[in-house]
Design a protein. Structure first.
Lengths: 116, 114
């Protein structure tokens, strides 16, 4: 398996522009997570999907952030409009949810976002 | 609530030194416990895990034992190498009626010098 795939790997944009980050989870995994990592705040969970349904979006900073999962193999995280304080590395992770399986999260390589 | 607390870094050790990174947790029910490692410029990778009390997870010379009585999952390695330099995250996973809930510690940066 190719693992969790994220694109782009790097994104540089100007303040006010829309940014879309993409994630393809591992095939067969039914849980998907979006995280943000910064030096100041560490690793923060933004939103979590189970079977394509958003379960917990309490970590989404504000209305400028939105996430979708239209099907089991694709998710997007959109920031509109972007601001310099959104600069961070954004990770996508997936896992298999089951009461009987230890559900390790598998992380993608991350998207490094810089908002100028 | 559920949370993970791990020792603050950064930690700097000489090659072949003994490593301990402390991790304690607060959780309802019976969580699974994990250590993840993040090498520079990469995503987090699973290092080891334990699913129940007294289980020992081990990988690449690292070990951690799930201690329910002390709610701890300390990471240890007997002899670190320069290649172990990375950030280490302790995490717990709790299965609820809505699915997985993962909680990560703040990460501990380790630098091993030759």
């Amino acid at each position: 398996d190719a693992g969790v795939i994220q694109s782009p790997r790097h994104e540089v944009t100007e303040m006010g522009q829309e940014v879309t980050l993409r994630c393809k989870p591992i095939s067969g995994h039914n849980s998907l997570f979006w995280y943000r990592q910064t030096m100041m705040r560490g690793l923060e969970l933004l939103i979590y999907f189970n079977n394509n349904v958003p379960i917990d979006d309490s970590g989404m900073p504000e209305d400028r952030f939105s996430a979708k999962m239209p099907n089991a193999s694709f998710s997007t995280l959109k920031i509109q409009p972007s601001e310099p304080r959104d600069s961070a590395v954004y990770f996508c992770a997936s896992s298999e949810t089951s009461a009987t399986i230890t559900d390790t999260q598998y992380f993608g390589p991350g998207t490094r976002l810089t908002v100028l | 609530g559920n949370s993970v607390t791990q020792m603050e870094g950064p930690v700097t050790l000489s090659e072949e030194a003994f490593l301990t990174i402390n991790c304690t947790y607060t959780a309802t029910g019976y969580p699974s416990l994990f250590w993840y490692v993040q090498y520079p410029g990469e995503g987090l990778q699973l290092l080891l895990k334990a699913t129940k009390a007294d289980d020992k997870g081990s990988n690449k010379g690292f070990e951690a034992t799930y201690r329910k009585e002390t709610t701890s999952f300390h990471l240890e390695k007997g002899s670190v190498q320069v290649s172990d330099s990375a950030v280490y995250f302790c995490a717990l996973r709790r299965l609820s009626n809505t699915g997985n809930q993962f909680y990560f510690g703040t990460g501990t940066s380790l630098t091993v010098i030759p």
